[in-house]
Structures are given as C-alpha cells and as structure tokens.
Ligand binder design. Sequence first.
Ligand code: ADP
Ligand code: ASP
Ligand code: MG
Length: 427
Amino acid sequence: MGLVVQKYGGSSVADAEGIKRVAKRIVDAKKNGNQVVVVVSAMGDTTDELIDLAEQVSPIPAGREFDMLLTAGERISMALLAMAIKNLGHEAQSFTGSQAGVITDSVHNKARIIDVTPGRIRESLDKGNIAIVAGFQGVSQDKKDITTLGRGGSDTTAVALAAALDAEVCEIYTDVDGVFTADPRVVKKARKIDWISFEDMLELASSGSKVLLHRCVEYARRYNIPIHVRSSFSGLQGTWVSNEPQHNQQGDKPVEQAIISGVAHDTSEAKVTVVGVPDKPGEAAKIFRAVADAEINLDMIVQNVSAASTGLTDISFTLPKTEGRKAIDALEKQKANVGFDSLRYDDQIAKISLVGAGMKTNPGVTAGFFEALTDAGVNIELISTSEIRISVVTRADDVNEAVRAVHSAFGLDSDSDEAVVYGGTGR
Ligand code: ADP
Ligand code: ASP
Ligand code: MG
C-alpha cells in the first residue's frame, strides 16, 4: 500500500461545496488502496482577512499573537474537511501542525521547519484513518509557541510531511492545471509544463510564480520527493517537479528539458534607494548590516557609478513590501553613522524574470529578453542575473504587457486551448 500526501490550497476549499468536492477526491485516493495524509490551507482568502483584521487592531501586531491568529484559518478547514470525509462513510482525524509534529525555529511569521516527528499521524494512519493536517503552522522547539511558516507555507508543510513519512509523491492541488510557462491569470496562452526540474522550479518560485513556494521546492529537492502539481477541479495530469524527467505524462518517453521554462512576475516587492552615499570602503557594509540586523531578506542590489564631482553614489535594493517600513526605520537610525543624504521608497515596481537552464548554453537569450521589453515600450530600472535566470525591475503598471511580450518573443505561446483558471481571486 502506498502513502500519498495531498495538499489542497485555499481556493480548492473556498466554501462548503469546495470542501465536499475535495473530500470526495480524498476518499477516492483512499479507495484506490493508499494511505492518505492531507494538508489543507485556510478557506479562500481567510488568511488575508485575518491579517486585515489584525492590522485594524494594531498597526504592528506582536508576532506570537499574529501567528496564533493566522493558524485559526487552517484549523477551520481541517476540522470541516474531516467532518465532510466522515459524512462520506470514511474515518478521518484532523491535527494541528503542532500535533502533527511540525517543529520549527521561533522566528514568528516566517518560521523554518527544523524537524518533523509525525508519530500521531502514523498511529492514525495505522488505525485506517485519513489524516488531515493544518498547513502553514508548527510549534517552536524552544518556547513551544505556535508559529507560522510564511505566506503560502502549506506547500512546505506538505513536502516536509511527505519526506518524514517517506511518501511516494506529494500532490499539490490548486486552482490551475499545473505549472505553466507564465501565470495563466496574466497570459491566457500560457502552456502547461509536463515536467520541470527542481532547479528551474526553484528559480520560478523564487521569482514570483506562487503556484509553488520556494521553500517547499527546496525541501523537495533536498529529500528528493517528486511533486505533482495539479488541479483539484479537473481530473487532468498536472506538472511533475522532480530530479529526472521519468514522471512524464505518458510514462514512456522521457520529456526533454526546455531551453526556457517560463516567465515569472512579482509585484510583492518594493525598491529602496539610499541617496548620496560616500563612495568609500565600508559604506555598503554599514547599510546592509543595518538591514540584516532587522532580519530583512533583500533581493536585487544595484550601486550606481559615483558622480566624479561629488564622490557620492546611490545604492538601490529590492525587498518584500511587507518589510519596507522596517527597512526604512532601520536605515534612518543609521543615517548619521553611514552619512547618506536621504532615502527613497518606491512600491510601484514589478519584477519580471525569464527562467531556463538552457540559458547557460544559448547566447542571445538576454538580448532577446531586452528586445522584447523594448518592443513593448517597457523601461528597465534594475537588472540581475543568475546562471539560469534574468530578472528586471519595471514600473508595476507595465507588468502584464511585459510578461505577455516576453512570453510571445520566446515562442512560449500555446496554439491550442486557453489556460483554465478554475477558482481563486488571485489575491
Ligand atoms: P493555492 O491556494 O492552491 O495555494 P496559489 O494562489 O498559492 O494557490 O497558487 C496558484 C496560483 O498561482 C494560480 O492561480 C496562478 O494564478 C498563480 N501562478 C503564478 N505563476 C504561475 C505559473 N507559472 N503556473 C501556474 N500558476 C501560476
Ligand atoms: N493560508 C496561508 C496563506 O494564505 C498558507 C497557505 O495557504 O499556504 O498564506
Ligand atoms: Mg499557494
């Protein structure tokens, strides 16, 4: 008997009907002879609504209480799902992250899983139950406080449980038919990818393709857990994410690695510019130490050439919008120490990235990317690259047009049916 871990995202369990539909799918997997562990997200946009609520009560809510609040969303859906399964005549038990043995560090709102001890889940499975686990949460090892894993963290819960339980596969059920060459909400002609390597998926995820969370892919790669991303609304095969292309649609012929895997976009970042920094050793170190001490993760960094007449330069970096306030406060405190003139904060930016392992060996990809943006009349503000990715920052208003232009220019447009988006609000 195989063991499968299935994860259902918020859009798949948005209302009572959704919960009943998902319950049927889970029971089918059980009837097929599997032991089934289900990880579930909060219903619909519940997490966003809880965040809005917290902000109305306190502008900067305390991390511990904020986490306690947010985990309530997943508790609602896990209990309802277990009830719906029982109603279909099958046994199910729900567990919080803590009860499921998801042990984390104590960084509230973005805790990392450090261990998974799923003794109670195993026990429940051995008794013939379907085990339902609340995603996105755990308990801290030292303080035993409830933690959350960061937005989209249920994906990570699912893969971590799959690894700890030695599951054959981790199935991620969502509101689209798999991983596409671009976000199907933006590019109707996006194509479903049958197989993608962990490496390319990691870059897409960290560049904003929120269909899978970066940390979950990292985890899956480390423990070599194949992920199958598919729709909970259709019976179609989705996208296999794994080391080797053995899990292709037909299961017979290997799928070839594409030169370009896809185009990702991200509107969740802002840009900070530190204006008038003295161009001498140690200045950048002071700036980034201040930001690091505030526990802020940066993305792109660019330093301008200093003006010969003033000996001053500007340093820009991007970071999650949610960290903007913290970064500005941390830098303001260092103003005299660093000796810069002023700070500029811009949250009307977007990042567009082209991802593909084939870039390493195909010259001209960068030029083609920039030409496509030029043809679309899109101005580039920052550029960064890795071996298999090129990213640019543009105005937020240009993002959809830019993504479509790049997608077409690299021949990624599908000539068959339009990509289907089954649910969700895109929030
Ligand atoms: P869930 O609620 O199931 O966790 P998410 O909203 O987190 O779902 O992720 C699914 C969404 O990811 C899709 O609805 C789609 O808009 C978005 N998305 C972004 N990039 C991609 C991509 N390359 N392929 C598929 N979906 C993508
Ligand atoms: N409910 C959480 C969120 O919206 C976690 C998740 O859905 O993965 O971010
Ligand atoms: Mg998600």
